[in-house]
Design a binder for this molecule. Structure first.
Ligand SMILES: Cc1cc2nc3c(=O)[nH]c(=O)nc-3n(C[C@H](O)[C@H](O)[C@H](O)COP(=O)(O)OP(=O)(O)OC[C@H]3O[C@@H](n4cnc5c(N)ncnc54)[C@H](O)[C@@H]3O)c2cc1C
Length: 442
């Protein structure tokens, strides 16, 4: 590839290299391919999907990343329909997790609704403020775009925890928001702005979360279908120009490809290393892109255990923020997600391959059967789980997008870090990048 075949020489302006086969890059590739562009996707690993897909290690099967899809994103739902995946979705309007605190136990509802009002431990004033807040969130529906965290401009300069303390109160933070953000997102509300919360929650009223059958790999596989994808091809340098040059390493060899345009769909913090020619203000933006990390241990028991899922509150986690048991026949697969402080410790102490040892004592207390019934275990470490959207990030992101949109480019960017820290945000970023390229050059 790329300007090599007779076809390419006849229409060199139609050659695009996409760097990274996550759902953002795949969505951009699919759009452009449908519009008649000749597209080649380069991917470092041996599989497509990036942070979405499934992995099998021995008898343990688990997700590489995302587990749930959100029906509130209309473009994303349309894509699922178009890919023929709509019939493979299981919808849930209620998602409840038992939360275990230091001296109490309560249900947390992941979808907003009246049930949250009955959460034990809230003061009367907090319940009253929760009702008023729900009305404000409901009104925000008109503006809040679940695909784009920058759609809600309020409160970008403070931490989500401060926003919740000011708007609702201390118990609402510890009882409602903390468990969901820590358990489901592995984010401490102290580290992110309210952008994710305010752009998603208003859209979750009355909608559903979905899981995909047979598993999450079906999504990237369907988007990738029919595309020219080269795996085990690590991109080491992108040089914008006419044509652009793309340096890759595969099988110990270095090659250089050329293309009229590049869509760079790498995680944002990796961009400066492959694009040293970035303008200073773009470099400054990319230096602000940060990701939370993720650590989990998967276990297989040779006995049946009741299906369960529980979150642990910040003060009760002691290393594990989420525990899940999923029986299958006479065996049970267990999942233990490390709490944010344990994740930080694992990285700082260089123990990302020994997560099971770090939480061994805690897991013995949570699940005594582990000691005698565990027949397999696997440590899963994901260096980049979710982009952080820390205070101030959305303001910098808006400026970056406006700057890049103000003139035609040879290199476009996409990825969840540019829209929303969700699959639907990654897909939206891919649509935006391909749409901008077509708009600028036709
Ligand atoms: C544990 C976890 C749970 C999640 N849960 C959910 C959820 O329930 N619902 C939800 O909507 N979202 C969830 N997400 C977020 C969602 O998975 C991501 O937002 C989305 O998959 C990001 O897609 P992307 O294409 O932007 O990035 P990525 O998937 O990271 O794609 C980037 C691609 O670039 C490749 N690459 C990197 N370097 C190079 C290089 N030098 N050369 C070539 N290729 C390279 C990578 O291998 C990867 O394939 C979760 C994520 C994680 C990790």
């Amino acid at each position: 590839m790329v300007l090599n075949s007779a076809d390419d020489l006849e229409m060199p302006d139609k050659c695009v290299v996409i760097v990274g086969a996550g759902v953002a890059g795949l969505s951009a590739a699919r759009d452009l391919s449908k519009r008649g562009y000749r597209v080649c996707v380069l991917e470092e690993t041996d599989h497509v999907g990036g942070r979405v897909g499934t992995q099998q290690v021995g008898d343990l099967a688990f997700n590489r990343g995302a587990r749930l899809l959100y029906s509130c994103s209309k473009p994303f739902s349309a894509l699922l329909e178009e890919l023929g995946l709509a019939d493979n979705l299981s919808h849930a309007r209620q998602l409840t997790a038992k939360t275990i605190g230091r001296d109490a136990c309560w249900d947390v509802h992941l979808m907003p609704g009246p049930a949250s009002l009955f959460t034990p431990g809230l003061t009367f004033k907090e319940r009253y403020r929760l009702v008023r807040h729900a009305v404000q969130l409901w009104k925000l529906r008109r503006r809040a775009d679940p695909d784009d965290a920058t759609s809600v401009r309020e409160a970008d300069d403070i931490a989500l925890s401060d926003y919740i303390l000011q708007t609702l109160g201390e118990n609402a933070l510890s009882r409602l928001v903390d468990p969901i953000f820590i358990g489901a997102r592995n984010w401490l509300p102290d580290d992110v702005s309210p952008a994710f919360y305010l752009s998603t929650i208003p859209n979750l009223f009355g909608t559903s979360v979905m899981s995909l059958k047979p598993d999450m790999q079906a999504l990237p596989d369907a988007i990738a279908s029919g595309l020219d994808i080269q795996t085990n091809a690590r991109v080491t340098r992108i040089t914008p120009g006419n044509p652009c040059e793309i340096q890759i390493q595969r099988g110990g060899e270095t090659e250089t490809l050329t293309a009229a345009y590049v869509i760079c769909a790498l995680p944002g913090d990796l961009v400066p290393a492959v694009m040293p020619s970035l303008a200073d203000e773009d470099s400054r933006f990319f230096s602000q892109v940060r990701y939370s990390s993720y650590g989990a241990v998967h276990y297989l028991l040779d006995c049946k255990k009741e299906e369960s899922m529980q979150f642990y509150s910040r003060d009760a986690a002691r290393g594990v923020s989420l525990f899940q048991a999923s029986p299958a026949g006479e065996k049970t697969q267990l999942y233990a997600q490390l709490s944010p402080d344990a994740v930080a410790r694992a990285r700082n102490e260089g123990r990302t391959g020994q997560l099971d040892q770090m939480i061994a004592e805690r897991m013995a207390a949570i699940c005594p059967e582990l000691e005698t019934h565990c027949i397999e275990r696997h440590n899963q470490w994901i260096e980049r789980m979710l982009p952080m959207f820390q205070p101030g990030y959305c303001t910098a992101l808006r400026a970056f997008r406006e700057r890049r949109n103000s003139a035609p480019q040879r290199v476009y960017f996409c990825g969840d870090y540019l829209y929303q820290a969700l699959l639907n945000g990654a897909v939206a970023s891919g649509h935006a990048a391909s749409g901008n390229l077509v708009r600028d050059w036709t």
